[in-house]
Design a protein. Structure first.
Lengths: 148, 357, 452
């Protein structure tokens, strides 16, 4: 015949159960974030100092593409001769975003018709200063841009 | 069967490491219960928060990159892109502040209860050293995200260091890694924060904890000699400690989630200081004192006098057990109590004023 | 060298003596030659006298005599000290002719030596053009300088009236000064960009002066309220236009009706191109309406607002178009497109700001929203095609970007909610543990709680 479990023992078992479960839950609440944190994320680190601006296979000669450099836009250009260059895309005049003109073979700002050559130098129109040029590093198919 | 196996492992280790004296100490350690026992919790709480700092700090340094061009961006990355990065970072920042708060409570309660009196002088000295080390942690860690607020707070802080007579200029250069706050400063502060200060802290902490185990808990003079209850440290007081720690953990999680720590804007050494820059709250009372001092007091710069005064105060604080002869003899020491109360009030009032203005 | 005995003076071999003499001579010769060559170095600032007609060759009687005279007769000497011509070695005789080597007034003022004195107003262009229209001469100073100012001047309204005998029109000296002439890029010159409006205004803003010509005199005042004036005078953006950029400087003429769009289009190139191909071009020309000026004014140009477009109270379109005509519908359509894009951007921006204030990291979507803003700027330019279809093609990609940014903001806020739920769950566990530990403590301590 089964003996009824004494109330004290039952209480002790309950308290132990409560303790065990709650400690388990707490440990999971702590360990789950820590473990997820440790596993490297998918996103490539977007440090300002070295930004993946584009891919060689996707950049046609005589074209330009805007990319994010820190919190500012940059422009990645492949010259008609095939050379890859990168500049700040913020116009030195009134901070519009510049673009590459494949008919003019150089950089142009639509806002007030400012022109920059392929060295970033302001050659015509209102811009008072050249565009800042960035350093370009090609690794395989990936084009990395960093501050010059 | 299970118990035997656990015991088997214990015996195996004990044979090789001599664990039995430690285990015996743990079994026998007691904590007295009296009307001031509540203060006993704060040392352990500070230790717990320090542990949280070490753990979250280690996790952060797996992604953090020191350097003018990378520090801010890496913290931004942690917050935005690393899973639970926001949590780890916010906990690290909040826990630093909570730790300093519990540290102040612990330190002042020990002071006012004169627990530093003989034979616990070295416990006090090691504790004060740890206080300075923790302030160093706070100062160095604050700069690491390389944001505008931190940059200027560090600039002001290192300039104040430079004011100290004789050694000021040299120590400011040593601290900054040069004449200006820049990437070199960041590197130095990083080294300080993750290596030099932790080593110092662990060393001093070990001494501090060892001394406490040897001498047991100090009982305040006002309840000394009375008949009082004691509880075993293991498991009774330890479980109570655990409750406190869990409540603090809950508080940390809540603060980190509902009031995430801001990152702000990246530091720009060439921009002018934004209006109203302040150092972190635990330095405000010093900052405010210096602001109140007149430009010149007699032939001396007000600032120099202020900094020297704080230096003298720190030295006093360090050597209190040796200066308080009355407490050493076991007598009431109202003068030192008064000094402590004044110090506490001064710090509180100055901090409040610093925030209101 | 040899010594026979200690204490003897050293004696040199004959060949050694010869070498010493040769070396010493060569050294002295080199010194002499170097010194002679140095004397021929053109170190001083003065040019060779032959290159500049009438340049002072040390003696300048004009200066020495006129300095002693009073008021108007000595004023030019002081003024010339800060003159660009004087800095290049040109003195009084270079412009006025005469003989600066003669002290006697009649001989120095000799017309046979080319003395012309103070030129009459109508003769000033020729007076200055003596050098400035001479390409061969000007290129010895600066090959990039233009030499057609005199020709250009006579195509201008000023030049034409001057030829007809009008003594009150502007000529070279009216704008450039005469004795203290400064280069155009000198900030103190009256023709420095920032000063141009004031210089033109000396005549053109004077009601008295302009009375015989029936021209308005409020241009300078209107211009001073314009966005171009603000850019030039306040922000010191030297590329911003002033009088001469639209009217020409030497060939000053208001742009003709058909050339206004070209003139504005020099900077606002896209708007100019679009207008030329737009349905407004021909009707405007036929109605004698000056293109850009119709909507934007000429002197008092204000930054355009979205309210100028459409059919509302502030709109310019309804000054010609009425309800029912194609233009009215087009104006409505274009305004709707612009408003839609602006609204999308605004909504996304507000949401992202809210997310950022709650501590979420939204730098990336905020950056992407900048692209939507660029597209809005572009769409406002495309309006000048007056084609709702083209405007829609310009706004649509912007709306897409703004929508994506809005989504990112919403995702951010739902992530925020997820975090708070996670917090609640973990808090439940932690506080439950506290309760459990409390019970455990009570349990092991029995009723009393402690053992003595």
């Amino acid at each position: 015949m089964e003996q009824p479990i004494r109330p004290v023992k039952a209480r002790r078992r309950f308290v132990n159960f409560l303790l065990g479960t709650s400690i388990g839950g707490t440990l999971i609440s702590v360990l789950y974030p820590v473990l997820r944190f440790l596993i490297p994320p998918e996103v490539v680190e977007s440090a300002q100092s070295n930004v993946l601006a584009g891919r060689v296979s996707e950049l046609r000669p005589n074209s330009g593409v805007i990319f994010k450099f820190g919190s500012q836009p940059g422009i990645l250009i492949k010259t008609p001769a095939g050379e890859i260059r990168a500049f700040s895309a913020t116009c030195a005049h009134l901070q519009c975003t510049v673009q590459y003109r494949d008919d003019l073979h150089h950089v142009w700002c639509a806002c007030h018709n400012g022109h920059y050559d392929l060295n970033g130098k302001n050659i015509s129109g209102p811009p008072p200063r050249p565009l800042e040029q960035y350093a370009v590093n090609v690794r395989g198919d990936e084009i990395f841009v960093s501050k010059g | 069967m299970k118990l035997v196996r656990v015991n088997g492992i214990y015996d195996w280790l004990d044979d090789r490491l001599g664990l039995e004296p430690l285990a015996a100490h743990a079994r026998e350690k007691v904590v007295p219960l009296h009307r001031h026992s509540i203060w006993y919790y704060f040392g352990g709480m500070t230790l717990f928060l320090f542990g949280v700092q070490v753990l979250t700090g280690i996790l952060l340094l797996l992604y953090y990159r020191p350097g003018e061009d990378t520090a801010f961006e890496s913290v931004q990355f942690i917050i935005a892109d690393v899973p639970f990065g926001w949590l780890i970072r916010s906990i690290h920042s909040w826990s630093a502040n909570l730790m300093i708060a519990t540290l102040f409570i612990h330190m002042f309660s020990v002071y006012l209860l004169k627990a530093y009196r003989s034979p616990r002088e070295l416990t006090w000295v090691s504790g004060t050293l740890m206080f300075f080390i923790v302030l160093g942690f706070g100062f160095s860690g604050y700069l690491l995200p390389w944001n505008k607020l931190a940059f200027f707070a560090t600039k002001v802080g290192t300039e104040v260091t430079g004011v100290v007579p004789v050694v000021g200029h040299f120590s400011a250069r040593l601290l900054r890694g040069g004449d200006y706050v820049n990437g070199a400063t960041l590197t130095r502060f990083y080294g300080l924060h993750i290596s030099i200060l932790p080593l110092a802290a662990f060393g001093v902490l070990f001494v501090h904890l060892l001394l406490i185990q040897r001498m047991g808990m100090s009982v305040p003079r006002s309840v000394e000699g009375q008949q009082m209850k004691t509880v075993k440290f293991v498991p009774n007081f330890a479980l109570r400690d655990l409750m406190g720690w869990l409540v603090i953990l809950a508080l940390l999680a809540t603060l980190a989630t509902l009031f995430p720590w801001e990152l702000g804007e990246k530091a720009d050494p060439f921009a002018s200081a934004p209006a109203g820059i302040k150092p972190e709250w635990f330095f405000i009372f010093m900052f405010q004192t210096l602001k109140f001092l007149p430009a010149k007091i007699g032939p001396v710069d007000g600032e120099v006098l202020g900094v020297v005064a704080f230096g003298v105060a720190a030295l006093f604080w360090l050597l209190v057990p040796f200066l308080d002869r009355k407490s050493a003899r076991g007598e009431k020491s109202p003068v030192f109590t008064l000094i402590g109360v004044i110090a506490l009030l001064y710090i509180t009032v100055m901090t409040v004023i610093g925030y209101l203005t | 060298m040899k010594r026979d005995r200690l204490g003897d003076k050293p004696r040199f071999e004959p060949w050694q003596r010869r070498v010493k003499t040769a070396a010493l001579s060569a050294f002295l010769l080199t010194l002499l030659v170097t010194w002679v060559l140095a004397q021929r170095e053109p170190g001083s600032a003065t040019r060779s006298p032959q290159s500049v007609p009438g340049a002072a060759t040390g003696k300048d009687s004009c200066v020495t005599c006129h300095t002693t005279l009073q008021n108007q007769l000595s004023a030019p000497i002081t003024a010339m000290q800060d003159d660009v011509h004087a800095k290049h070695g040109l003195s009084c005789a270079g412009c006025h002719g005469g003989n600066p080597n003669e002290d006697d007034a009649s001989r120095s003022h000799d017309p046979r030596k080319g003395y012309v004195g103070k030129p009459k107003l109508k003769d000033v262009p020729q007076f200055c053009g003596k050098c400035h229209s001479n390409a061969e001469f000007m290129k010895t100073f600066n090959p990039a300088l233009r030499v057609d100012q005199e020709t250009e001047y006579f195509t201008s309204v000023h030049g034409k009236l001057s030829r007809q005998g009008d003594q009150n029109v502007a000529t070279c000296s009216s704008c450039h000064g005469f004795h203290g002439i400064k280069a155009v890029n000198d900030p103190n010159a009256p023709v420095y960009p920032v000063k141009v409006a004031e210089t033109c205004g000396k005549c053109h803003a004077s009601v008295e002066h302009m009375r015989p010509y029936s021209i308005a005199t409020d241009q300078v005042e209107k211009y001073s309220r314009s966005v171009h004036s603000e850019a030039l005078m306040k922000k010191l953006d030297l590329s911003a236009p002033t009088c001469n950029d639209c009217h020409g400087n030497h060939g000053a003429t208001p742009p003709g009706l058909t050339s206004v769009a070209n003139v504005c289009g020099n900077c606002h190139s896209r708007q100019g191109e679009l207008f030329e191909k737009s349905p407004h071009k021909i009707p405007f020309a036929e109605a004698q309406l000056a293109a850009c000026v119709v909507c934007h004014s000429n002197h008092e140009i204000h930054p355009p607002t979205d309210e100028m477009l459409g059919v509302g109270q502030e709109a310019t379109c309804v000054s010609c178009h009425t309800d029912g005509d194609a233009g009215f519908k087009a104006a409505q359509g274009m305004r709707r497109q612009i408003d839609e894009l602006a609204a999308h951007i605004n909504t996304a921006d507000q949401l992202l700001s809210r997310a950022a204030r709650s501590g979420m990291e939204v730098a990336r979507p905020q950056f992407d929203l900048k692209d939507a803003r660029d597209k809005l700027v572009n769409a406002r330019v495309v309006i000048h095609s007056f084609s709702p279809a083209q405007v829609e093609a310009a706004t649509k990609p912007g709306v897409d970007v703004a929508r994506k940014a809005l989504q990112a903001g919403e995702h951010s806020l739902s992530e925020l909610r997820r975090r708070r739920k996670g917090l609640a769950v973990s808090l439940v566990f932690i506080l439950l543990t506290v309760v459990a530990v409390y019970f455990k403590v009570r349990q092991i301590e029995g009723r009393g709680g402690a053992d003595t």
